[in-house]
Each structure stands twice: as structure tokens, then as C-alpha cells.
Design a protein around this ligand. Structure first.
Ligand code: FAD
Length: 560
């Protein structure tokens, strides 16, 4: 059932078996795993069913160094940031999870082979169960064969773009589940522990309207996203004074994103052939496959590089106004078919802030906040452009012909203890200290951009029968600042490690030293490849749900 904690009839204190905090992709996935079982679950969610400005402002914080705006790079509502996601699903590869001697702090304590059965199951949750995959790529046949690169240098990995939004897809199931209580507008304020902080005894919660209470459970799962999981552990400091699970000052460290930036410009004589396989506009059906142009495992090893991929963005011709209007409208429908205007404003603000000057944009993002009426008018005025674009589409060509492409790189980030989130002295409307983000790259990151830029550039120029002009910032000692921004994939802040000296959670995602507290989400990733994170978040959540189910089962057998 779904309850609103703001409702006067909703009890302040709740007793349950499993308390999950955060109803995003991870939290909903774990709650669903217990539907129809004897285990009672309370799923605490800060937001309502739709985006609300007051709740969203609880995500506000500060940053220095490279830009990460904590207020506008995630969404605080039922369904989490996946209310905005591009739907890209792909698994990490075998090498991504192995220790690589050229990448400091690399290596998961869980192997790809151990995660693979959960990736298989994660497909159903994402609505992409008909697609087979192996080692970091889906194997679905592509409609348009990708370019033939030298496989020692570049390879293709295929991802699936799902149209599943977890909040709207699974809301009704949760509503109907009698053993699941979803508590909307309930914010975790602190995890309470006894004097030795070896277990959590309660979750202190509150609303923006001033109601307070406690959820008491046998087990707790923190599933609040890559930044907030660490913030909440640091805020749980009444007993453990440096924050829960933070005896070794590791909570919040190793913060990673997928850095992206324009690597150069590709001029080619075969623009349609080059673009066709990679054109996201040509995807058909609810879950189309798309190839990504990636560094091969061999090239990463030989050149001692982090993982990375590139996407060509056509820039030669101005996108005709009518075509742009159709794209904006499609992006809006895809993101929030029935959304209220407060949600729309919020989503558009977040998407706009993730954009950055130049031609590079996040996948599937609308450009400007404007009404549907205005969009329809723009489409009407651009009817001629639309007819021409449809003609090109019918012959499987990109809607707009371009002579050159921005080549944009998306990279794995080197784990870095100095890249971190901490608490600032400023407070939010719940009187909680806000987050401060210091997103920092290392020499290995910069070296990777330069060397990978050359590899991608040379191969694209060769296969595209053209010329690649690298960006000035990629030249060693150019003195030009790197043109790098994030991708809103927040990871690493509660990293997984076999031993407490090296990480915050153990291989089962349990906080080292705290018996009944687990963390779900990309904050547990020790390294992240270039892969979009959510498919791995879901696989790990399913694995965690199995583990909790076993622990719960043993406990129930024990107490009869
Ligand atoms: C614009 C955009 C596009 C993206 N596109 C992709 C993509 O194509 N592919 C991909 O793999 N990933 C993508 N991502 C990343 C993806 O959204 C995240 O990986 C995913 O949302 C992580 O899920 P989660 O459940 O761990 O965390 P979240 O989605 O962050 O969910 C956390 C939940 O916790 C709640 N919460 C927070 N604090 C509290 C509190 N104190 N008390 C109670 N509840 C709380 C929040 O309201 C939220 O519902 C994208 C992200 C953005 C912003």
C-alpha cells in the first residue's frame, strides 16, 4: 500500500521487518522482491508521486572544482532520478570489474561471473528480457551494421534503450501489495545506533511540515542515490561521531561520475553512412538496441587507459526548426506523459542544467522549458522541414544531413580518494547539513583523454574516409582548461571492498562493522567502466534482495 506520511491518520512510528530508504530504481527493486512474502517492508520516500520544488530543494548543496550541481543533477521524488533517465541499459564488462595494475584502487570483490545471473534477471525489471547479452554488451542484431574499426583498437558494445520508468511502471503493484508500506513525504534524518554503533536500532524520519517519528526494523537498506547515501551516513553521527560506517574516513570519498567532453571534430565524405548506425532517432519499438564506439580491452591494456566510448553528434547543418520542435515534443512525451506542471518545470530545470555550452547534450533531453501549445505552433510553422526529414528517414538516413561531427567522449573515472563529498555548515529546510561536492580528476584521467582522443580520432578518420581535428585542450601542456563536465551518474562514495580498511561496504553491500545496515546503488561501485550505471545498480539490488531474503528466512526459522 502507499501511504502519505503527511496524512494525520498515518502513524508516526512504524515497526517492520525490512526498512528500505529511498524509492528509486534500487529501492523499488528490493521492495518488489519481497511482495507476497511473510516479510513486512516499509519503503521510506522523501518525495511524493511527482516532483515538488520544496522536496527537491532538500538536494541543494555546493561544489568546488569541476561542476556538479547536487540540486539539479538528480530527482527527489518517487521513482528517483530515473524519472528523468535516458533509459540506457548495459552491463559492466569482465575487465571493468577486475583489478588493473595501471588503475589505482581498481578491482571489485565481486566478479562479473557472480553478477551475471542478476544481470539476466535485471532485464525483466527493465522490460528488456528479450535481449540476450554477454560480457558488457547486448547481442541483439543491429538494423544498421556499425563501422568496421580495427578490433585491437576500438570495439562496439550494444546497449538497449528501455522505455520503462520504475516509479510509474511499478507503483500500482506496490499499491496493491499488502505486506509493503510505501511512506511518501517521509525523509530519513538519521539512522540511530546504540553506543557501540554495531547495529541500527531505528530510522528517525520527518516531514517538511514538522511531523517526526521512527521506523524500527530488523534490517535497513539505504537506497538514496550516489551522493545522498554518503550524506545520510555522515549525518548519522549522534553515536558514531564521524558518521556511521566512517571510522576510517572513507564515507564520501572516491566520488566518481562519467566525465564527458568534446574530443574533436570529424570531417567526412560519408556522413550518412557514418551516422546511421549510431543515430538514436532511428531506434524503433519500446526497447531498441544501439551500438557504442568503445576502446577495446586490448587498447586499454596496451596504452594503460581507463575505459571510454565516443558518440558522433552531427553539427554541419543547423537543425531545421520544425525538426527540432518534433524532437522536443517527443522528448517531453517520453519523459513525463501525464506529468503535472510543477513536475515538468522541475524536470526541465534539471535537464537544462545538465546541458552545457557547445553542441553536446544528454540523450533525449528537451532544450527549453515551454508549453505544449508553443511546441505545436513551432511544428506547424516547420511543416516543410518535417516533410523533408521524413523523406530522409524513409531511406534510413539521419533527418538532417551534416558534413562534420562533434566527437564526444564519455569516460570511466579513476577512483580517487580526494574526489569526495562532505557536509557543509549550511542547513536545509529539515535542519540537516547540506552536501558539499569536490569532484576531482587525476593525471590518469587526463592522460586517458589525450591518448584515447588520438585512438578514436585516427580510427574514425580512417573508417570515415575523412579527417579528425582534436580539441586544443587535449594537447599535452596546451594550457587550455579541460572541457569536462559530468553525466549525472554519481558513484563510488560508499565503495565496496573485502576489508573495512579499503571500503565502506562488504561484498554483500553490508556496511562494514554495522550488522544490519546495507547500501544499494551506484555509491557501492569501486570502479564504473563507461557503462550507464543503473542496470548494474539493479543487478546488485537483486543480489542484495536474495541475501536479505536468506538472512530473514534464517532468522524466522530461528525464532519460529
Ligand atoms: C538526466 C539523467 C539521465 C540519466 N540517464 C541514465 C541512463 O540512460 N542510463 C542509466 O543507467 N542511468 C542514467 N541516469 C542515472 C540514473 O538515474 C541513476 O543511476 C539511478 O537513478 C540510480 O537509482 P537509485 O535508486 O540508486 O537512486 P535514485 O534514483 O537517486 O533514488 C533515490 C531515492 O531516494 C529518495 N531519497 C533521497 N533522500 C532521501 C531521504 N533522506 N529520505 C527518504 N528518501 C530519500 C529520493 O527521493 C529518490 O526517490 C540518469 C540520470 C539523470 C539525472
Amino acid at each position: 500500500m502507499i501511504l502519505d506520511y503527511l496524512d494525520g491518520n498515518c502513524p508516526s512510528d512504524i515497526e517492520t521487518d525490512l526498512c528500505i530508504i529511498g524509492a528509486g530504481a534500487a529501492g523499488i527493486c528490493i521492495a518488489r522482491a519481497f511482495m507476497g512474502t511473510r516479510v513486512n517492508v516499509c519503503l521510506i520516500e522523501s518525495g511524493g508521486l511527482h516532483g515538488e520544488a520544496a522536496t527537491q530543494s532538500l538536494y541543494a548543496g555546493t561544489y568546488d572544482g569541476l561542476p556538479v550541481d547536487p540540486a539539479n543533477s538528480r530527482m527527489r521524488a518517487f521513482g528517483g532520478s530515473c524519472n528523468l533517465w535516458g533509459g540506457g541499459c548495459i552491463a559492466l564488462g569482465v575487465q571493468d570489474m577486475q583489478p588493473r595494475e595501471w588503475v589505482p584502487h581498481s578491482g571489485w570483490p565481486v566478479s562479473y561471473q557472480e553478477l551475471e545471473p542478476y544481470y539476466l534477471r535485471a532485464r525483466t525489471y527493465c522490460g528488456i528480457e528479450s535481449h540476450a547479452f554477454t560480457n558488457g554488451t547486448f547481442t541483439t542484431r543491429l538494423k544498421h551494421p556499425p563501422l568496421a574499426f580495427d578490433p585491437a583498437k576500438l570495439t562496439h558494445q550494444t546497449f538497449i534503450r528501455t522505455s520503462t520508468f520504475f516509479g510509474s511502471s511499478y507503483r500500482h503493484e506496490l499499491e496493491a501489495a499488502t505486506n509493503i508500506q510505501v511512506l511518501l513525504h517521509a525523509n530519513l534524518l538519521e539512522l540511530i545506533t546504540p553506543a557501540n554503533a554495531s547495529a541500527v536500532s531505528g530510522a528517525r524520519i520527518g516531514t517538511l511540515a514538522g511531523k517526526h517519528g521512527e521506523v524500527r526494523a530488523r534490517y535497513y537498506v539505504l537506497a538514496c542515490g550516489g551522493i545522498e547515501n554518503a550524506r545520510l551516513l555522515l549525518l548519522s553521527d549522534s553515536t558514531a561521531q564521524s558518521g556511521l560506517g566512517n571510522e576510517r574516513d572513507l564515507v564520501g570519498r572516491y566520488f566518481m561520475d562519467h566525465p564527458r567532453g568534446k574530443l574533436g571534430t570529424l570531417f567526412t565524405d560519408i556522413p550518412d553512412r557514418l551516422m546511421r548506425p549510431y543515430d538514436r532517432e532511428l531506434g524503433r519499438g519500446p526497447a531498441p538496441p544501439f551500438p557504442e564506439i568503445c576502446l577495446s580491452d586490448q587498447a586499454q591494456r596496451e596504452h594503460r587507459l581507463l575505459n571510454g566510448r565516443v558518440r558522433p553528434f552531427p553539427v554541419g547543418g543547423q537543425t531545421p526548426k520544425g525538426v527540432q520542435a518534433v524532437r522536443d515534443l517527443r522528448a517531453r512525451w517520453r519523459k513525463h506523459p501525464n506529468a503535472r506542471s510543477e513536475t515538468q518545470d522541475l524536470e526541465e530545470r534539471i535537464c537544462a542544467s545538465l546541458d552545457y555550452p557547445g553542441s553536446v547534450r544528454q540523450d533525449n533531453m528537451s532544450r527549453t522549458p515551454e508549453g505544449t501549445g508553443k511546441l505545436a505552433l513551432r511544428m506547424g510553422l516547420g511543416a516543410g522541414d518535417i516533410a523533408k526529414a521524413m523523406g530522409r528517414r524513409l531511406s534510413h538516413k539521419p533527418a538532417v544531413r551534416s558534413q562534420h561531427f562533434d566527437v564526444v567522449g564519455y569516460f570511466e573515472q579513476a577512483p580517487n580518494p580526494d574526489s569526495r563529498i562532505t557536509l557543509s555548515q549550511e542547513r536545509d529546510a529539515l535542519d540537516q547539513r547540506k552536501v558539499h561536492v569536490q569532484w576531482k580528476l587525476t593525471d590518469l584521467d587526463m592522460y586517458t583523454y589525450r591518448e584515447a582522443g588520438k585512438l578514436f580520432g585516427q580510427e574514425l578518420a580512417r573508417v570515415g574516409r575523412g579527417r579528425f581535428e582534436p580539441e586544443p585542450w587535449l594537447r599535452a601542456n596546451s594550457g587550455v582548461s579541460p572541457n569536462i563536465v559530468g553525466t549525472a551518474h554519481h558513484m563510488g562514495t560508499t565503495r565496496m571492498a573485502e576489508h573495512a580498511a579499503d571500503g565502506v561496504v562488504d561484498p554483500q553491500c553490508r556496511v562494514h562493522g554495522v550488522d544490519n545496515l546495507y547500501v544499494a546503488g551506484s555509491s557501492v561501485f569501486p570502479t564504473a567502466g563507461w557503462a550507464f550505471p543503473t542496470f548494474s545498480v539493479i543487478a546488485l539490488s537483486m543480489r542484495l534482495a536474495d541475501h536479505l531474503n536468506n538472512r530473514m528466512h534464517d532468522l524466522m526459522m530461528f525464532i519460529g
